[in-house]
Design a protein around this ligand. Structure first.
Ligand SMILES: [Zn+2]
Length: 87
């Protein structure tokens, strides 16, 4: 991979515009390897078109987000399940 990796906080702000949760503490189940990890700990690459979040364990793409023209596209096909903590 490259060394432009950011942590999950870099994408949490954008995701927070869509989801009403504190996204860094939301956990994602990777559809590729089955690892459950907090979004705040995953690797984010901002030099792709938009932003890409990759699994910390297998580097599969979890979430792709592209923002432009007042719209946001979120591709979450790499996430099998989101775990959100209730109140
Ligand atoms: Zn994985």
């Amino acid at each position: 991979m490259n060394d432009h990796s950011l942590d999950g906080n870099a994408m949490a702000g954008l995701l927070g515009e869509i989801f009403p949760f504190e996204m860094t503490s939301v956990r994602a189940l990777c559809a590729g390897c089955g690892a459950m990890e907090a979004l705040g700990r995953e690797s984010v690459y901002a030099d792709a078109p938009g932003m890409v979040m990759r699994c910390l364990h297998c580097e599969a793409i979890l979430i792709r987000a592209v923002e432009g023209g007042g719209r946001i596209w979120i591709d979450m096909r790499g996430v099998a399940c989101l775990q959100v903590h209730g109140e």
